[in-house]
Design a protein around this ligand. Structure first.
Ligand SMILES: [Zn+2]
Length: 84
């Protein structure tokens, strides 16, 4: 997703919900912000956080998706329920 936003007087920008969801950014998570010489600003989670709930505890990377043990167990449970 690509969108345009105006920077507020205090320098803040609200990241659209869809952007946060796609990037796996959650309220309360720390982010690293960096710039490139071409003016690109990059925002990424400081620590890998679960794509589904945002926790940074007990996370694993599976097929480039960061997921916590709790969410992984929920998904496995649902998959098991649909196979019955
Ligand atoms: Zn999770």
């Amino acid at each position: 997703m690509e969108t345009s936003k105006k920077i507020c007087k205090n320098g803040s920008i609200t990241l659209p919900k869809q952007i946060r969801a796609e990037a796996g950014l959650f309220p309360g998570n720390a982010v690293d912000i960096s710039t490139s010489t071409d003016g690109t600003v990059t925002i990424k989670p400081t620590a890998p956080c679960c794509r589904f709930c945002g926790t940074v505890e007990n996370v694993i990377v599976a097929d480039n998706v960061v997921i916590c043990r709790k969410c992984a167990e929920k998904i496995i449970e649902k998959v098991g329920a649909t196979n019955d």
